[in-house]
Design a protein around this ligand. Structure first.
Ligand code: CO8
Length: 373
């Protein structure tokens, strides 16, 4: 029986960075402008004044200190509050394709493989640049990969769901090796005018090489012990952007065409769901929680990750056991757990067990159990 392994990962980090303080300064300027502009409506009670944001609240509530972004100037302009990302011509590579190629090349280098070894490309992320042709096919073509490619979107769980598809393809023999790539430009779908969520997201791209255990020869090979996925429908994280928007003029300009969430509800619903899925996944593979040496968790909220790791391990996890990248990257959707894995995998011992676990909109949860070879 063919067994699959992860033999390399790559990460593209955008060079521009925004601290909580910079973000809050721009937001509060927007609030001051709005309240001044609507002063008479506010004083006669027909318009609610906007409230200021706070860097201290953001760090305390989420653990986020900075975020990496594709474009800083547009986000920090109180008159705009959205990144500037120029539309590209059809004969130019799309921006997510550029990010994907950079991350994928690093993953290939780490795995000691070339494009000739890859049979499939799965681009798995929260937002695609267009309806078609698929971004994955563009990436495949740019990289010169002979085989097949397709896109997947399961919001924050896209990468783990993509990993299961890649593992299945390798283990059933339909591909020798697969690239799973997650180019996330979360800032393009974030409402920077919304006090409750303006601080949540950042941009990044990850890539993973999945191949047969028998061919994996890099210094950093992790056998895929198993994958477990779960989805439960919820409107608590929602984005109504879509191709039908132009068919109903009444919806134009409504904030629901960007990311919207009930953060408290998400927190309460998702923590127990994730902990029980990881627990069940360990049990199904005859593994005890004490054997879990590392939890590369989705990076949305620090308290959430502390609670999940405590529920799974039965005690507080150390910062090495459940590493955090959220402070520097914020929530990068599906890329988050893979960034944690990319940065904090090298030091675990041969035979150690770790789990990559994503969770987010859908709801969706993806658990990928790994054993260091
Ligand atoms: N500054 C100061 N005060 C604030 C701010 C702010 N910016 N925002 C809110 N407050 C105030 C509130 O008004 C409230 O005041 P009061 O107590 O007087 O009513 C108080 O702070 C507490 O507010 P909350 O209850 O909202 O604060 P929480 O402690 O719950 O923290 C979080 C908010 C950080 C959002 C938290 O609830 C959380 O992280 N929840 C989990 C969210 C999560 O995991 N979401 C996953 C979504 S990601 C995903 O699935 C990907 C989707 C696809 C991405 C697409 C790209 C965009």
């Amino acid at each position: 029986m063919i067994k699959a392994a992860i033999s390399g990962t790559g990460l593209y980090t955008p060079p521009e960075k925004i601290s909580n303080e910079e973000l809050v300064e721009a937001f509060n300027q927007y609030v001051a402008n709005f309240n001044k502009q609507h002063a008479s409506d506010i004083s006669d009670g027909t318009v609610e004044p906007l409230q200021a944001s706070s860097a201290a609240f953001i760090e305390k509530a989420s653990g986020i200190k900075n975020r990496r972004v594709i474009n800083k100037s547009g986000i920090l302009d109180p008159e705009r509050m959205a990144p500037y990302i120029a539309e590209r011509r059809d004969d130019e590579p799309s921006i997510q394709c550029d990010m994907a190629v950079l991350a994928a090349n690093e993953a290939l280098e780490q795995s000691g493989k070339t494009v000739a070894d890859i049979d499939a490309v799965i681009v798995a992320c929260s937002n695609m640049p267009r309806a078609y042709p698929a971004l994955s096919v563009e990436v495949q073509s740019r990289m010169g990969i002979d085989g097949f490619a397709y896109d997947m979107n399961v919001a924050c769980s896209s990468a783990t769901f993509g990993l299961q598809a890649a593992v299945n393809a390798v283990e059933n023999g339909t591909a020798r090796a697969v690239l799973v790539i997650s180019p996330e430009i979360c800032t393009a779908h974030l409402n920077f005018r919304d006090r409750d969520s303006h601080f949540i997201f950042g941009d990044a791209c990850t890539a993973i090489v999945v191949e047969q255990m028998a061919t994996a020869s890099s210094n950093d090979v992790y056998e895929v012990v198993g994958t477990k996925l779960k989805t439960v429908f919820s409107n608590n994280i929602r984005n109504n952007f879509g191709f039908l928007n132009r068919c109903d003029e009444a919806g134009v300009g409504k904030a629901d065409k960007l990311f919207v969430q009930q953060g408290r509800k998400v927190f309460k619903d998702v923590v127990p769901m994730v902990a029980s899925i990881i627990g069940d996944h360990l049990k199904e593979n005859n593994l005890a929680p004490e054997q879990l040496k590392r939890m590369w968790l989705h990076q949305a909220n620090l308290s959430m990750n502390k609670l999940i790791s405590k529920k799974v391990m039965g005690r507080e996890a150390t910062s090495l056991e459940a590493p955090v990248i959220l402070d520097e990257y914020a929530n990068t959707s599906s890329a988050g757990s893979v960034i944690a894995y990319h940065k904090y995998k090298g030091d675990i011992e041969k035979g150690d067990i770790g789990v990559i676990c994503s969770f987010g909109a859908g709801y969706s949860v993806g658990s990928v159990l790994l054993r260091k070879c």
